[in-house]
Design a protein around this ligand. Structure first.
Ligand SMILES: *Cc1c(COP(=O)(O)O)cnc(C)c1O
Length: 395
């Protein structure tokens, strides 16, 4: 059998390569950070990690993880409800809930699992999920695993959301689901308007804070802080793999009964291993750090402003950046690939995206800023953008 299947796979892989969509991995031989060393010893400045607060190589988090590993061992070898819960797991869940001003939280191995396991235990075929068209793949998969009726509204389009809410009025329960920050444009979901519509049409609200927590809001506490909608969002999901340290782990946080039900019925929670004690301990330390000072968030904000202002002054066309994601618009797919390759030659890692990852004719370079970037890193990246931009006739 495998011979025929192998031929089929080889053809598919060739087609992926032919379409220019084959994903190659950069091999890093240093900690994640603003400056990274590659396998061949060369160095680069990294502008494509989700390391928004620069915590991926934090000495304080490494020390917390080390200490917990020595005291509590390497792993749990169990799901949470059998014998995989240490006090550290509960402490981290309490820290998540405190950060988001919610009742309680539940940990998962990843936010992919949090989103995969949130809908099916809560909703049935009588209910409606009304989802932003640009929501993350894990939300899309989670919705697929649930029997609720599906409605999709155009990205952050409140008129379209209202239409879909009207269409869903006959359902028993309704929930609006959105990313907090959308990863391609870096735009923020208009949570105040979403909450208003939710109240008008009797719907619940869920937001995935993966790219927004630690980043948006006056002190970086995410979209509820930014829009002043604490108490009006029923469910938050998020990751420990981006701003919150960059290791691994996800969570759902929100109303008590929702979290209680997920602990009883959510399949990725019930049937997948507990996160290791060192990750839980480092997560607790991370929330403690963020509670002591919002210095990292302030530095991130300064870096975003500096980068955006200098890029606009240089003549680049960039999406109005409201987050740590800055989309430098090129519109042309081959140009975006050539641009990213030339930036890499300059020692700057950025990512070129084009259709089908973004709409046709919307090719771009995505730049992700971090509190770890020093001013000279930003200025080196901007200088490289200007050099390559001139070479390729973009500016
Ligand atoms: C990254 C991301 C996830 C997945 O998070 P993991 O913890 O890495 O699984 C989920 N949702 C959104 C919006 C994301 O950006």
């Amino acid at each position: 059998m495998y011979g025929k299947f192998q031929t089929y796979l080889q053809n598919e892989l060739r087609a992926i390569e032919g379409a220019g969509l084959y994903k190659k991995e950069r091999i890093i031989a240093s900690p994640q950070g603003a400056e990274i060393t590659l396998e061949d010893g060369s160095k680069a400045l990294n502008f494509c990690a989700n390391n928004y607060l620069g915590l991926a190589d934090s000495e304080r988090l490494v020390a917390a993880a080390e200490k917990a590993m020595k005291q509590r061992g390497y792993g749990m070898s169990s799901v949470r409800f059998i014998c995989g819960t240490q006090d550290l797991h509960r402490q981290l869940e309490k820290a998540v809930a405190a950060y988001f001003h919610t009742d309680d939280a539940i940990l998962y191995a990843a936010c992919f699992d949090a989103n995969g396991g949130v809908f099916e235990p809560l909703l049935t075929a009588e209910d409606a999920i009304i989802s932003d068209s640009l929501n993350h793949a894990s939300i899309i998969d989670g919705v697929r695993l649930c029997k609720a009726q599906r409605f999709r509204y155009a990205n952050a389009d409140m008129a379209d959301l209202e239409e879909k809410l009207k269409e869903a009025q006959s359902c028993r329960f309704r929930i609006i689901v959105t990313d907090g920050v959308f990863s391609m444009d870096g735009n923020v979901a208009p949570m105040d308007k979403i909450c208003d519509l939710a109240e008008k049409y009797d719907a619940m609200v869920m937001v995935d804070e993966s790219h927004s927590a630690g980043v948006v809001g006056a002190t970086g506490h995410g979209v509820a802080e930014q829009f002043g909608v604490y108490g009006r969002i029923d469910i938050f999901t998020g990751t420990l793999g981006k701003a919150f340290g960059g290791a691994v782990g996800g969570f759902t946080t929100g109303r008590q009964e929702i979290i209680d039900m997920l602990r009883q019925r959510s399949r990725p929670y019930l049937f997948s291993n507990s996160i290791p004690p060192m990750i839980a301990a480092a997560g607790i330390e991370m929330f403690k750090m963020l509670g002591e000072s919002d210095e990292l968030h302030a530095r991130l904000q300064e870096n975003v402003n500096h980068f955006r202002d200098k890029m606009l002054a240089a003549g680049f066309d960039i999406k109005p950046t409201q987050s740590a994601i800055c989309a430098v618009m090129l519109y042309d797919a081959p140009l975006s690939q050539k641009f990213a390759a030339k930036m890499a030659q300059e020692g700057i890692f950025v990512t070129g995206f084009y259709y089908p990852v973004v709409p046709k004719g919307q090719a771009r370079i995505r730049v992700q800023l971090s509190a770890a970037h020093k001013k000279e890193h930003l200025d080196k990246a901007i200088a490289a953008f200007i050099k390559v931009g001139k070479e390729l006739g973009v500016i």
